[in-house]
Design a protein around this ligand. Structure first.
Ligand SMILES: [Zn+2]
Ligand SMILES: [Zn+2]
Length: 161
């Protein structure tokens, strides 16, 4: 039993933990000193790729390093699998469902997925670096809460301008 439980806990923990890491990176790095790359994601895309994709490459690199550092089926490997799984989920939700970087249309009916899509659209309601809401990807506040925050941040942006 423990043989199965420990890997499951590591993978689930890694996915949850990575949502925190992604939130933090998005909030403080991408909308901070990493804005030079992330800016491309808040502007209309001109080609297949955008500078912002470099962040995804870095995260993929971290997963590769974890795989390389651990022995087969060691805890480090399960951690690497969790990080990779998060990457896949992130790609499906963010690049797929929200930004439609795939060649077909798919509108989710699921309430949770709809909420994620709406929350991230609200993140993109602001084109600049400041005043954005909703920095997470697999967890999002209720759209009403986000809309309210957006209004507040617009108000304070205006008053500081
Ligand atoms: Zn952003
Ligand atoms: Zn986005």
């Amino acid at each position: 039993m423990v043989d199965v439980l420990v890997p499951i806990l590591i993978v689930v923990g890694a996915v949850v933990g990575m949502e925190g890491v992604a939130w933090f990176t998005h909030r403080y790095v991408m909308h901070g000193w990493g804005w030079r790359w992330h800016k491309s994601h808040h502007e209309p895309r001109s080609g297949v790729f955008e500078k912002n994709d470099r962040f995804a490459i870095i995260f993929a690199g971290i997963a590769v390093v974890l795989f390389a550092a651990g022995d087969a089926w060691s805890p480090l490997w399960w951690l690497a699998i969790g990080v990779t799984l998060y990457g896949v989920l992130y790609f499906l939700v963010h690049d797929g469902l929200v930004h439609r970087r795939w060649p077909f249309r798919y509108a989710p009916r699921n309430r949770y997925l709809k909420r994620l899509v709406e929350a991230h659209r609200l993140h993109h309601a602001v084109s600049g670096k400041e005043g954005c809401v909703s920095f997470g990807f697999l967890y999002a506040r209720r759209p009403e809460v986000l809309r309210e925050r957006l209004k507040e941040s617009r108000r304070s942006l205006r008053s500081t301008a």
